[in-house]
Design a protein around this ligand. Structure first.
Ligand code: HEM
Ligand SMILES: CC(C)=CCC/C(C)=C/CC/C(C)=C/COP(=O)(O)OP(=O)(O)O
Length: 310
């Protein structure tokens, strides 16, 4: 059995005899579905940046973002194996299901974190590599280990980790960080609370069972619905900022206006919903699904716009 400095002594699925970890479990450890959008926002940051980057270096940059994000996800699951075992949604992950030992996940996560940061630094520049390192550390140390078990504001602050990829992509090309990557960072930063709390509303019993103080568990549904609506309003300002600052043009402007209007409609439906409402598709499920499409749409539009303006 793998020992961990965080072991509670309680019997968990990770205490059971280990089966050899299959490579598919290592892939699962990187949360590949979530990472598609992380990688896409990083790619868009890279493609929107002025200047030239050799295609091989561009590919290496995106690979490093994917590896770094995957490594951070592995470390998140290394630390949370006991918690994941208590939630239906996560109980079948490689560690809680007993298909992999914790030490393998730790080595995989630490090894790939170093590899991605060093490779990015050597291939592009050390500013991009430093931002990648900060995002990995932020996700693992600030969000997973420090804030997540302690406060319902965990994802508001910790969510910054997921906002760095476009900055990394941009910095890899230009060697600096200017207004547009900062605006894209702010967009993801304020998008994260509605994205996550919409999901948290329909999996709150899971989080309650695991003892994680997510907002719907700690403050209840009404407060969460109000907060989703409030952060959507701030996110709308962040979404329009690139247009107002004349960093993007008509394509992004149109996408941001229409896309954000629909986001606001869905967020308002979440805000208005009372528990007794009959559900076709619950508004929070619709908002969660749409939040993912929204970010794909707006980041894609940034790239199209920058190319048209170039
Ligand atoms: C701290 C911030 C965030 C939290 C707490 C969070 C939480 C979650 C959770 C719990 C899920 C369900 C996935 C699962 O069951 O494995 C999810 C799904 C997803 N998240 Fe987030 N998320 C955050 C930030 C982000 C960011 C920054 C992105 C991308 C830019 C992102 C993209 C996605 C995508 C694409 C899915 C859907 C995955 C699927 O189809 O299964 N999330 N998120
Ligand atoms: C480059 C780099 C390091 C990017 C990181 C991107 C990032 C922070 C993505 C967050 C994605 C995510 C699924 C969080 C889940 O929260 P959780 O771990 O609390 O979810 P769980 O309840 O499913 O374990």
């Amino acid at each position: 059995m793998a020992s961990s400095p965080f072991a509670t002594g309680a019997q968990t699925p990770t205490d059971s005899p280990m089966l050899p970890a299959h490579w598919r479990d290592f892939v699962a450890l990187t949360k590949p579905r979530v990472m598609t959008l992380v990688v896409f926002t990083g790619l868009c940051g890279l493609l929107a940046a002025p200047g030239h980057i050799h295609p091989i270096l561009a590919f290496t940059t995106i690979l490093c973002i994917a590896i770094g994000a995957g490594a951070a996800a592995a470390l998140n699951q290394w630390y949370e194996a006991d918690i994941d075992a208590k939630m239906k949604r996560t109980a079948n992950r490689p560690l809680p299901a007993g298909r992999m030992d914790r030490q393998s996940a730790l080595h995989f996560g630490v090894g790939l974190s170093f590899f991605s940061v060093v490779l990015l630094g050597l291939a592009t520049n050390w500013l991009a590599a430093a931002v990648l390192a900060v995002s990995i550390l932020f996700y693992v140390l600030v969000y997973t280990i420090w804030l997540k078990p302690r406060t319902a504001q965990n994802i508001v602050i910790g969510g910054a980790a997921g906002a760095f990829p476009p900055v990394i992509g941009w910095a890899a090309v230009t060697g600096d960080i200017s207004a547009l990557p900062v605006a894209l960072f702010m967009l993801i930063f304020f998008w994260t609370p509605p994205h996550f709390w919409a999901l948290a509303l329909f999996v709150k019993t899971d989080y309650a069972a695991a003892g994680i103080p997510m907002l719907p568990v700690v403050s209840g549904e009404v407060v969460t619905r109000r907060q989703i609506w409030g952060y959507t309003a701030i996110m709308a300002i962040a979404a329009m900022a690139p247009v107002l600052l004349q960093l993007t043009g008509i394509v992004y402007g149109t996408a941001a206006l229409l896309g954000t209007a629909l986001f606001a409609v869905f967020a308002f439906q979440v805000y208005r919903r009372r528990e007794s409402d009959p559900a076709r598709m619950a508004p929070e499920k619709r908002l969660f699904k749409y939040s993912i499409l929204y970010l794909f749409l707006l980041f894609g539009a940034v790239v199209v716009d920058r190319w048209l303006l170039a």
